[in-house]
Design a protein around this ligand. Sequence first.
Ligand code: DAH
Length: 338
Amino acid sequence: MNLDYVKKDFLKDIGEASSLPTLYEVKAKYVGRKGVITAAFKEFKNLSPEERRERGRLLNELKEWIEWKIKEREREILEAEALRRELEGFVDFTLPGRRVKIGSLHPLNRVLREIIEIFSNMGFSLEEGPEIELDYYNFEALNIPKDHPARDMHDTFYITDNALLRTHTSPVQIRAMKKRKPPLRVISAGKVYRRDSDPTHSPMFHQVEGLLVDEDVKLADLKGVLSEFANRIFGGKRKIRFRPSYFPFTEPSVEVDVECVKCGGKDESCVVCKGTGWLEILGAGMVHPEVFKAVGYDSGKYVGFAFGLGVERITMLKYGIDDIRLFFENDLRFLQQF
Ligand code: DAH
């Protein structure tokens, strides 16, 4: 056995031993009972007495040196571990504090609150209705009987023949009128559901409904309220237009559009406005006499106007968002921009 090689191997092994268990493995490998040095002593048998003495001396020297090296390494490891333990409990009071993460309002809730605030300031009070609604309130009482073609536009999620996920907030009009006596000035806000999904339609979205009933109410009053609303929500910066339309529960009916935020009306292949240049934000009109009949109001005495708007649409216009699905993906990179 070449002792120079043993020495070299040992130095390499001990250099790699960075913990006590690995160090003790090295110790066993060289100076243990079944170690390299013990094996080297056994090779003596065939040697002459002189050679044996010389060889014994060298081996003993090597053994002592190895044991001393191991002791030294052991001390180093113990010191390093003690230092590490000390540092573990160390607190650096000069470090800046960690910022506490707090949530914020979803952009839709923000805009929803803004809309409610605007109408509250005009004297409308908040009314609530269920999301699971009866056919009667969602359709029938709003002058949309079973065979009415307007039902096709709603792509309804039915629960039973009689119960459904409300397709709009208009049923709250019926509930409010049945509960109260005119004069009446209410809004209602919440989730509505339709089987529809593309960059501007989501199967669940939010509407705000408005209803005003009194004596001597005119279409001009509706126009005044809605243009004031548009001015306040968009800061008076966007063009809007009134367009004659049709809803079974209003007569006459109008639709209000806002200039497309994506293309400004310049792109015929725009996915947001589908090339029309305008985005519908709300439907409105004068309450239909059939609706008053359903809730037992005297349509000879009372007149009213109603409107319904999409909160997602308004939010998209306000912030220049071109895909409604971003609201519901919960991507913080999107949500943190508001
Ligand atoms: N409910 C209609 C819809 O979801 C919107 C609407 C139109 C509401 C005219 C109204 C109204 O109150 O008068 O499409």
